[in-house]
Write a protein of this length. Structure first.
Length: 365
Protein backbone atom coordinates (compact mmCIF):
# COMPACT_ATOMS: atom_id res chain seq x y z
CA UNK A 1 0.00 0.00 0.00
CA UNK A 2 1.48 3.34 -1.05
CA UNK A 3 1.39 6.35 1.21
CA UNK A 4 -0.51 9.41 0.07
CA UNK A 5 2.80 11.18 -0.60
CA UNK A 6 4.06 8.30 -2.73
CA UNK A 7 0.82 8.30 -4.72
CA UNK A 8 1.16 12.05 -5.38
CA UNK A 9 4.77 11.57 -6.45
CA UNK A 10 3.89 8.71 -8.80
CA UNK A 11 1.04 10.69 -10.36
CA UNK A 12 3.27 13.73 -10.87
CA UNK A 13 6.03 11.64 -12.47
CA UNK A 14 3.58 10.10 -14.92
CA UNK A 15 2.00 13.46 -15.77
CA UNK A 16 5.43 15.00 -16.46
CA UNK A 17 6.68 11.99 -18.40
CA UNK A 18 3.56 11.95 -20.62
CA UNK A 19 4.17 15.62 -21.45
CA UNK A 20 7.92 15.48 -22.03
CA UNK A 21 8.86 11.87 -22.94
CA UNK A 22 11.95 12.43 -20.78
CA UNK A 23 12.86 10.58 -17.55
CA UNK A 24 11.78 12.63 -14.53
CA UNK A 25 14.26 13.68 -11.84
CA UNK A 26 13.75 14.97 -8.32
CA UNK A 27 14.42 18.60 -9.31
CA UNK A 28 11.54 18.56 -11.80
CA UNK A 29 9.26 17.18 -9.09
CA UNK A 30 10.27 19.81 -6.53
CA UNK A 31 9.23 22.47 -9.06
CA UNK A 32 5.91 20.73 -9.76
CA UNK A 33 4.87 19.54 -6.30
CA UNK A 34 4.47 21.52 -3.11
CA UNK A 35 5.24 18.71 -0.68
CA UNK A 36 7.47 20.66 1.65
CA UNK A 37 10.25 18.08 1.38
CA UNK A 38 13.78 18.16 0.00
CA UNK A 39 15.12 16.62 -3.20
CA UNK A 40 16.85 14.00 -1.06
CA UNK A 41 13.54 12.94 0.51
CA UNK A 42 11.95 12.78 -2.93
CA UNK A 43 14.80 10.59 -4.19
CA UNK A 44 14.23 8.23 -1.24
CA UNK A 45 10.51 8.00 -2.04
CA UNK A 46 11.29 7.42 -5.72
CA UNK A 47 13.71 4.65 -4.74
CA UNK A 48 10.88 3.02 -2.78
CA UNK A 49 8.58 3.28 -5.81
CA UNK A 50 11.28 1.60 -7.90
CA UNK A 51 11.67 -1.17 -5.32
CA UNK A 52 7.91 -1.78 -5.40
CA UNK A 53 7.78 -1.94 -9.20
CA UNK A 54 5.98 1.32 -10.02
CA UNK A 55 9.00 3.14 -11.47
CA UNK A 56 12.23 2.23 -13.19
CA UNK A 57 15.47 4.07 -13.87
CA UNK A 58 16.70 3.62 -17.46
CA UNK A 59 20.27 4.75 -16.61
CA UNK A 60 22.03 5.39 -13.32
CA UNK A 61 22.36 9.10 -14.07
CA UNK A 62 18.86 9.51 -15.50
CA UNK A 63 15.51 10.27 -13.91
CA UNK A 64 12.69 7.80 -13.46
CA UNK A 65 9.98 6.53 -15.81
CA UNK A 66 6.77 4.66 -14.97
CA UNK A 67 6.46 0.91 -15.43
CA UNK A 68 3.38 -0.87 -16.74
CA UNK A 69 2.41 -1.48 -13.11
CA UNK A 70 2.74 2.24 -12.43
CA UNK A 71 0.52 3.12 -15.40
CA UNK A 72 -2.10 0.61 -14.25
CA UNK A 73 -2.32 2.18 -10.77
CA UNK A 74 -2.48 5.60 -12.42
CA UNK A 75 -5.38 4.59 -14.69
CA UNK A 76 -7.28 2.78 -11.94
CA UNK A 77 -6.85 5.21 -9.04
CA UNK A 78 -4.76 8.32 -9.66
CA UNK A 79 -5.65 10.09 -12.88
CA UNK A 80 -8.23 12.86 -12.90
CA UNK A 81 -11.28 12.85 -15.15
CA UNK A 82 -10.79 14.96 -18.28
CA UNK A 83 -13.42 17.55 -19.19
CA UNK A 84 -13.60 17.91 -22.95
CA UNK A 85 -12.96 21.46 -24.11
CA UNK A 86 -15.17 23.29 -26.58
CA UNK A 87 -12.44 22.72 -29.19
CA UNK A 88 -12.48 18.97 -28.40
CA UNK A 89 -16.22 18.62 -28.84
CA UNK A 90 -16.23 20.78 -31.99
CA UNK A 91 -13.63 18.51 -33.60
CA UNK A 92 -15.42 15.36 -32.43
CA UNK A 93 -18.80 16.55 -33.75
CA UNK A 94 -17.18 17.44 -37.07
CA UNK A 95 -15.69 13.95 -37.26
CA UNK A 96 -19.10 12.44 -36.49
CA UNK A 97 -20.65 14.10 -39.54
CA UNK A 98 -20.20 10.84 -41.39
CA UNK A 99 -22.44 9.98 -44.29
CA UNK A 100 -24.90 7.28 -43.35
CA UNK A 101 -23.74 5.04 -46.17
CA UNK A 102 -23.20 1.31 -45.88
CA UNK A 103 -22.54 0.10 -42.32
CA UNK A 104 -19.05 -1.20 -43.21
CA UNK A 105 -18.00 2.07 -44.81
CA UNK A 106 -19.35 4.10 -41.90
CA UNK A 107 -17.27 2.19 -39.35
CA UNK A 108 -14.15 2.39 -41.53
CA UNK A 109 -14.57 6.16 -41.84
CA UNK A 110 -15.02 6.40 -38.05
CA UNK A 111 -11.66 4.67 -37.54
CA UNK A 112 -9.92 7.09 -39.89
CA UNK A 113 -11.49 10.03 -38.04
CA UNK A 114 -10.29 8.76 -34.64
CA UNK A 115 -6.78 8.27 -36.01
CA UNK A 116 -6.71 11.87 -37.26
CA UNK A 117 -8.07 13.23 -33.97
CA UNK A 118 -5.69 11.32 -31.67
CA UNK A 119 -2.59 10.91 -33.86
CA UNK A 120 -2.41 7.22 -32.86
CA UNK A 121 -3.25 4.04 -34.71
CA UNK A 122 -7.03 3.59 -34.55
CA UNK A 123 -8.87 0.27 -34.31
CA UNK A 124 -12.47 -0.50 -35.12
CA UNK A 125 -14.14 -3.85 -34.47
CA UNK A 126 -17.49 -4.36 -36.11
CA UNK A 127 -19.68 -7.42 -35.48
CA UNK A 128 -20.70 -9.45 -38.50
CA UNK A 129 -24.14 -10.98 -38.72
CA UNK A 130 -23.99 -14.47 -37.29
CA UNK A 131 -25.55 -17.74 -38.39
CA UNK A 132 -28.39 -17.48 -35.88
CA UNK A 133 -29.56 -14.05 -37.07
CA UNK A 134 -32.96 -13.96 -38.74
CA UNK A 135 -34.31 -11.35 -41.12
CA UNK A 136 -36.86 -9.10 -39.42
CA UNK A 137 -37.51 -6.57 -42.19
CA UNK A 138 -36.33 -5.64 -45.67
CA UNK A 139 -36.80 -2.21 -47.19
CA UNK A 140 -35.97 -0.86 -50.62
CA UNK A 141 -35.66 2.92 -50.71
CA UNK A 142 -35.43 5.05 -53.82
CA UNK A 143 -32.60 7.58 -53.64
CA UNK A 144 -32.47 8.69 -57.28
CA UNK A 145 -33.30 7.61 -60.79
CA UNK A 146 -32.40 3.90 -61.11
CA UNK A 147 -30.67 4.17 -57.72
CA UNK A 148 -31.86 2.37 -54.58
CA UNK A 149 -30.77 1.45 -51.05
CA UNK A 150 -31.63 -2.04 -49.84
CA UNK A 151 -31.88 -2.23 -46.03
CA UNK A 152 -31.87 -5.55 -44.14
CA UNK A 153 -32.80 -5.46 -40.44
CA UNK A 154 -32.15 -8.55 -38.31
CA UNK A 155 -34.01 -9.89 -35.32
CA UNK A 156 -31.43 -8.39 -32.94
CA UNK A 157 -31.69 -4.98 -34.57
CA UNK A 158 -28.52 -5.03 -36.65
CA UNK A 159 -28.84 -3.12 -39.90
CA UNK A 160 -26.97 -3.73 -43.14
CA UNK A 161 -27.55 -1.68 -46.25
CA UNK A 162 -26.29 -1.60 -49.81
CA UNK A 163 -26.53 1.02 -52.55
CA UNK A 164 -27.73 -0.57 -55.79
CA UNK A 165 -27.79 0.88 -59.31
CA UNK A 166 -30.16 -0.69 -61.84
CA UNK A 167 -30.11 -0.65 -65.63
CA UNK A 168 -33.40 1.24 -65.80
CA UNK A 169 -35.70 3.06 -63.42
CA UNK A 170 -38.60 1.34 -61.63
CA UNK A 171 -42.12 2.64 -61.12
CA UNK A 172 -43.14 3.26 -57.51
CA UNK A 173 -45.98 0.72 -57.74
CA UNK A 174 -43.61 -2.01 -58.93
CA UNK A 175 -41.13 -1.09 -56.21
CA UNK A 176 -43.85 -1.47 -53.58
CA UNK A 177 -44.75 -4.92 -54.95
CA UNK A 178 -41.11 -6.02 -54.76
CA UNK A 179 -40.79 -4.69 -51.20
CA UNK A 180 -43.87 -6.64 -50.15
CA UNK A 181 -42.68 -9.84 -51.82
CA UNK A 182 -39.27 -9.68 -50.16
CA UNK A 183 -40.83 -9.36 -46.71
CA UNK A 184 -43.45 -12.08 -47.27
CA UNK A 185 -40.92 -14.63 -48.55
CA UNK A 186 -37.79 -13.87 -46.52
CA UNK A 187 -38.81 -12.44 -43.12
CA UNK A 188 -38.11 -14.98 -40.38
CA UNK A 189 -35.42 -16.78 -42.36
CA UNK A 190 -31.74 -16.83 -41.47
CA UNK A 191 -29.81 -15.20 -44.36
CA UNK A 192 -28.03 -18.50 -45.01
CA UNK A 193 -31.39 -20.26 -44.94
CA UNK A 194 -32.42 -18.59 -48.20
CA UNK A 195 -32.82 -21.46 -50.66
CA UNK A 196 -33.31 -21.69 -54.41
CA UNK A 197 -37.03 -22.26 -53.81
CA UNK A 198 -37.29 -18.86 -52.08
CA UNK A 199 -35.49 -17.16 -54.95
CA UNK A 200 -37.72 -18.85 -57.53
CA UNK A 201 -40.82 -17.73 -55.61
CA UNK A 202 -39.54 -14.13 -55.59
CA UNK A 203 -38.82 -14.25 -59.33
CA UNK A 204 -42.38 -15.44 -59.97
CA UNK A 205 -44.08 -12.62 -58.05
CA UNK A 206 -41.65 -9.74 -58.69
CA UNK A 207 -42.56 -7.29 -61.48
CA UNK A 208 -40.44 -7.73 -64.59
CA UNK A 209 -39.02 -4.23 -64.18
CA UNK A 210 -37.58 -5.29 -60.78
CA UNK A 211 -35.67 -8.42 -61.85
CA UNK A 212 -32.31 -6.62 -61.95
CA UNK A 213 -32.90 -5.07 -58.53
CA UNK A 214 -34.10 -8.41 -57.15
CA UNK A 215 -30.98 -10.20 -58.39
CA UNK A 216 -28.67 -7.68 -56.74
CA UNK A 217 -30.72 -7.80 -53.52
CA UNK A 218 -30.45 -11.60 -53.38
CA UNK A 219 -26.68 -11.36 -53.96
CA UNK A 220 -26.44 -8.87 -51.06
CA UNK A 221 -28.33 -11.20 -48.71
CA UNK A 222 -26.02 -14.06 -49.73
CA UNK A 223 -23.04 -11.90 -48.75
CA UNK A 224 -24.64 -11.31 -45.35
CA UNK A 225 -25.10 -15.07 -44.98
CA UNK A 226 -21.37 -15.64 -45.44
CA UNK A 227 -20.55 -13.57 -42.33
CA UNK A 228 -19.17 -15.69 -39.50
CA UNK A 229 -20.57 -13.77 -36.54
CA UNK A 230 -17.08 -12.82 -35.35
CA UNK A 231 -15.63 -9.34 -35.02
CA UNK A 232 -13.90 -7.84 -38.03
CA UNK A 233 -11.02 -5.50 -37.16
CA UNK A 234 -9.87 -2.54 -39.24
CA UNK A 235 -6.70 -0.55 -38.47
CA UNK A 236 -6.23 3.07 -39.57
CA UNK A 237 -3.25 5.41 -39.22
CA UNK A 238 -0.65 2.89 -38.04
CA UNK A 239 2.06 5.10 -39.57
CA UNK A 240 1.27 7.77 -36.94
CA UNK A 241 3.20 5.69 -34.40
CA UNK A 242 6.50 6.36 -36.15
CA UNK A 243 6.33 9.94 -34.88
CA UNK A 244 6.76 8.85 -31.24
CA UNK A 245 10.22 8.46 -29.65
CA UNK A 246 9.23 5.03 -28.29
CA UNK A 247 9.31 3.69 -31.86
CA UNK A 248 12.70 5.03 -32.95
CA UNK A 249 13.92 1.45 -32.59
CA UNK A 250 13.39 0.16 -36.15
CA UNK A 251 12.92 -3.49 -35.16
CA UNK A 252 10.37 -2.61 -32.45
CA UNK A 253 8.43 -0.36 -34.84
CA UNK A 254 8.49 -2.94 -37.62
CA UNK A 255 7.14 -5.69 -35.36
CA UNK A 256 4.20 -3.57 -34.21
CA UNK A 257 3.38 -2.16 -37.65
CA UNK A 258 3.52 -5.65 -39.20
CA UNK A 259 1.08 -6.92 -36.57
CA UNK A 260 -1.34 -4.03 -37.13
CA UNK A 261 -1.18 -4.26 -40.92
CA UNK A 262 -1.82 -8.01 -41.04
CA UNK A 263 -5.51 -7.96 -40.03
CA UNK A 264 -5.09 -8.78 -36.33
CA UNK A 265 -7.24 -11.62 -34.95
CA UNK A 266 -10.57 -10.40 -33.63
CA UNK A 267 -10.35 -11.95 -30.18
CA UNK A 268 -7.64 -9.71 -28.76
CA UNK A 269 -9.68 -6.50 -29.07
CA UNK A 270 -13.10 -7.45 -27.67
CA UNK A 271 -13.48 -6.30 -24.06
CA UNK A 272 -15.34 -7.95 -21.20
CA UNK A 273 -17.14 -6.20 -18.36
CA UNK A 274 -19.40 -3.16 -18.49
CA UNK A 275 -17.03 -0.19 -18.27
CA UNK A 276 -17.46 2.24 -21.19
CA UNK A 277 -13.67 2.53 -21.65
CA UNK A 278 -11.17 -0.30 -21.17
CA UNK A 279 -7.39 0.00 -20.86
CA UNK A 280 -4.81 -2.67 -21.70
CA UNK A 281 -1.37 -1.56 -20.69
CA UNK A 282 1.86 -3.19 -21.84
CA UNK A 283 2.08 -6.79 -20.72
CA UNK A 284 -1.67 -6.94 -20.08
CA UNK A 285 -2.01 -7.35 -23.86
CA UNK A 286 -1.98 -10.97 -24.99
CA UNK A 287 -0.43 -10.27 -28.40
CA UNK A 288 3.40 -10.21 -28.19
CA UNK A 289 3.86 -7.12 -30.46
CA UNK A 290 1.70 -5.11 -28.01
CA UNK A 291 3.71 -5.91 -24.87
CA UNK A 292 5.25 -2.40 -24.89
CA UNK A 293 2.08 -0.62 -26.10
CA UNK A 294 -1.24 0.44 -24.65
CA UNK A 295 -4.66 -0.20 -26.13
CA UNK A 296 -7.59 2.02 -25.08
CA UNK A 297 -11.02 0.78 -26.21
CA UNK A 298 -14.54 2.25 -26.08
CA UNK A 299 -17.76 0.41 -26.88
CA UNK A 300 -20.53 1.47 -29.24
CA UNK A 301 -23.95 -0.21 -29.58
CA UNK A 302 -24.93 -1.85 -32.86
CA UNK A 303 -28.57 -2.80 -32.50
CA UNK A 304 -30.06 -4.81 -29.66
CA UNK A 305 -27.56 -7.06 -27.94
CA UNK A 306 -24.63 -6.28 -30.25
CA UNK A 307 -21.52 -4.26 -29.47
CA UNK A 308 -18.71 -2.85 -31.58
CA UNK A 309 -15.43 -1.37 -30.38
CA UNK A 310 -13.38 1.64 -31.35
CA UNK A 311 -10.01 2.41 -29.84
CA UNK A 312 -6.40 3.36 -30.26
CA UNK A 313 -2.96 1.76 -30.01
CA UNK A 314 0.08 3.76 -28.95
CA UNK A 315 3.02 3.83 -26.56
CA UNK A 316 2.28 3.27 -22.87
CA UNK A 317 3.21 6.93 -22.40
CA UNK A 318 -0.08 8.55 -23.37
CA UNK A 319 -2.60 11.01 -21.96
CA UNK A 320 -5.06 8.41 -20.69
CA UNK A 321 -7.76 10.71 -19.26
CA UNK A 322 -7.94 12.84 -22.41
CA UNK A 323 -8.02 9.82 -24.73
CA UNK A 324 -10.67 8.09 -22.62
CA UNK A 325 -12.93 11.14 -22.69
CA UNK A 326 -12.54 11.60 -26.44
CA UNK A 327 -13.08 7.92 -27.26
CA UNK A 328 -16.14 7.60 -25.05
CA UNK A 329 -17.70 10.74 -26.54
CA UNK A 330 -16.98 9.51 -30.07
CA UNK A 331 -18.29 6.00 -29.36
CA UNK A 332 -21.55 7.42 -27.98
CA UNK A 333 -21.94 9.58 -31.08
CA UNK A 334 -21.20 6.65 -33.38
CA UNK A 335 -23.75 4.50 -31.56
CA UNK A 336 -26.32 7.28 -31.91
CA UNK A 337 -25.67 7.46 -35.66
CA UNK A 338 -26.02 3.73 -36.09
CA UNK A 339 -29.23 3.62 -34.08
CA UNK A 340 -30.88 6.59 -35.75
CA UNK A 341 -30.63 9.21 -32.99
CA UNK A 342 -28.77 12.50 -32.79
CA UNK A 343 -25.22 12.55 -31.33
CA UNK A 344 -24.76 14.39 -28.03
CA UNK A 345 -24.12 18.14 -28.33
CA UNK A 346 -22.65 18.92 -24.87
CA UNK A 347 -19.51 21.03 -24.83
CA UNK A 348 -18.10 20.14 -21.41
CA UNK A 349 -17.81 16.43 -20.96
CA UNK A 350 -16.40 14.40 -18.10
CA UNK A 351 -16.67 10.80 -19.22
CA UNK A 352 -18.27 9.55 -16.02
CA UNK A 353 -19.19 12.71 -14.16
CA UNK A 354 -17.27 11.70 -11.05
CA UNK A 355 -13.78 13.07 -11.52
CA UNK A 356 -12.52 9.47 -11.38
CA UNK A 357 -10.82 7.71 -14.27
CA UNK A 358 -13.31 7.02 -17.03
CA UNK A 359 -14.49 3.47 -17.29
CA UNK A 360 -12.17 1.83 -14.80
CA UNK A 361 -13.99 1.59 -11.46
CA UNK A 362 -10.52 0.80 -10.13
CA UNK A 363 -10.42 -2.50 -11.99
CA UNK A 364 -8.41 -4.04 -14.79
CA UNK A 365 -10.76 -5.67 -17.27
Amino acid sequence: MLTERQRRILKAIIDVYVETAEPVGSKALVQRLDLGVSSATLRNEMAELIARGYLEQPHTSAGRVPTHKGYRLYVNELMNGYALTREDTTKLREALRLKMAEYDRLIDEAGKAVSRLTNYAALTAKPKLGAAETIRHIDVIRCGEASFVVVVVTGRGMVRNRMIQTVSDIQDADLERLRGALNIVLVGLEPRGMMLTHIRKLEMVAPESCIDLLGQTVAFIKEIAEASGEMEIQVSGAGNLLGYPEYRDVDKARELLSFLSAAPPAGWLAASGTSPVVYRIGEENTAAPLKDASVVIARYPVGAGCTGYIGIVGPTRMNYPQLAARLEYFAKGLGALLNGSKPEEKTDHNPNGTGKPAGTDGRNE
